[in-house]
Design a protein around this ligand. Structure first.
Ligand SMILES: Cc1cc2nc3c(=O)[nH]c(=O)nc-3n(C[C@H](O)[C@H](O)[C@H](O)COP(=O)(O)OP(=O)(O)OC[C@H]3O[C@@H](n4cnc5c(N)ncnc54)[C@H](O)[C@@H]3O)c2cc1C
Length: 377
């Protein structure tokens, strides 16, 4: 069985590695002319690291990233409201949570590919079923025949639009700036992700390597993201703890990228005949739980197990059965958390902060437990 994958993001690359390890040959088609690192970090939580442990990549990822032992929600002044202590899960699943530069992770994944045929500069424009499978049409004029296809082409997936034209992208009306900067954090922050919540905005920061910090900042907008300017980020967050402004100030403007936050309204079907969606193409989520890439990585692993065991058609059904309920649960929880984080009414903010502070750590642990658990590894 040969398999074609559209998209060389974290989901597509991890799928190719997992399939290679099961002896299945893949071709990847990626629109970019080179794999460019996004200037941002990514947190690989316990569930993703269990997969990478299984694929033999845990050690190299740990060596190139930074160990995160707790995830904190704080007030704008960095006073702690809630802490998820990750050491419990690290002991249970025998892997750590790692924050890493996206470019570094992409390079590790690319280096791991052995038999996969990676075709850059291939922007897919349509997928047309025919007697032998699918004709894949590319912007560069090429037409390629495929028997089995995986759509790992992200939130705006062309594969999905061809198969399921009625899917709905939801705009969360939040602008997000992400940056990576050379910055020496005080030692107490070294192994923590801290996310500070203000009024209709928040700021997160985490060390991703020695003296390298990844940060993100979000603000709610009314009509469109142009209400805010990248040059004014420091002003928007001037009422936060002084370190927030120091981090922003230390970042070169070209190291900051801007995105609008959106997700995909949960859909009940991810596959049709010999085509299947994974990652953001199937279940894009808002980044509020830091799980989008982790869920794509879980998809990659579970799908490779299903394709190893069954023919494509059954494999895709089994994959959906195993993955859809959990992925949708995370999509929903992420959306709700984003709404909570961006409240504007001071009374509601006070109640929210009080509830977060009072929430028992057993509740936080139970929620994380459900996310970090992976079936049948
Ligand atoms: C601000 C922010 C912070 C985040 N932080 C985290 C985090 O800490 N942890 C975490 O787990 N997740 C995080 N995420 C989510 C995570 O980035 C995504 O869920 C993840 O990248 C999805 O991977 P993917 O491979 O499915 O899709 P993508 O990363 O979108 O990759 C899709 C690939 O397909 C290619 N492609 C697209 N269209 C075509 C086409 N027509 N033809 C050919 N190729 C195409 C693209 O060029 C790209 O290479 C965050 C997201 C955001 C926005």
């Amino acid at each position: 069985m040969d398999i074609d994958i559209i998209g060389a993001g974290i989901g597509g690359l991890t799928t190719a590695i997992a399939l290679e390890q099961k002896g299945i040959k893949t071709r990847i088609f990626e629109q970019a002319d080179k794999i460019k690192p996004v200037g941002a970090g990514v947190i690989l939580a316990n569930n993703a690291m269990q997969v990478y442990e299984n694929l033999g990549l845990r050690k190299i990822i740990e060596e190139n990233g930074n160990h995160i032992s707790s995830m904190n929600i704080t007030k704008a002044n960095l006073n702690l409201m809630s802490k998820v202590d990750l050491s419990f899960f690290e002991k249970k699943h025998k892997v750590r949570n790692i924050a890493i530069h996206r470019g570094t992770l992409q390079q590790i994944l690319m280096n791991e590919l052995k038999s996969t045929d990676l075709n850059l500069n291939h922007h897919i424009t349509s997928v047309e079923p025919n007697d032998n499978g699918y004709a894949l049409m590319f912007e560069n004029g090429e037409q390629i025949q495929s028997s089995t296809l995986i759509g790992a082409d992200g939130l705006n997936s062309v594969v999905r639009q061809n198969l399921f034209p009625n899917s709905v992208i939801r705009n969360a009306k939040q602008i997000c700036w992400r940056g990576v900067t050379d910055f020496k954090l005080p030692i107490k922050y070294k192994n923590e992700l801290n996310e500070a919540w203000g009024k209709k905005d928040r700021f997160g920061f985490v060390q991703i390597a020695e003296n390298k910090v990844y940060w993100y900042a979000l603000k709610s907008f009314k009509k469109d993201k142009d209400e805010f300017l990248v040059n004014d980020i420091e002003t928007y967050f001037s009422n936060y703890h002084p370190i927030v402004n120091e981090i922003i100030d230390s970042t070169k403007e070209e190291q900051i990228n801007t995105v609008e936050i959106s997700d995909l309204k949960p859909t009940n079907i991810w596959h049709k005949e010999n085509v299947c969606l994974i990652g953001d193409a199937a279940h894009a989520m808002t980044p509020n739980l830091g799980q989008g890439a982790c869920q794509a990585i879980e998809d990659a692993y579970i799908l490779s197990m299903c394709l190893h065991k069954y023919d494509e058609n059954i494999a895709f059904k089994e994959f959906q059965k195993l993955r859809l309920p959990k992925a949708h649960q995370v999509v929903k929880a992420s959306w709700i958390l984003g709404e909570l984080a961006h409240l504007s009414n001071p009374i509601l903010i006070g109640i929210r902060n009080q509830l977060i502070r009072l929430a028992p750590s057993s509740l936080n642990r139970k929620q994380s437990e459900q996310i970090f658990q992976i079936p049948n590894l």
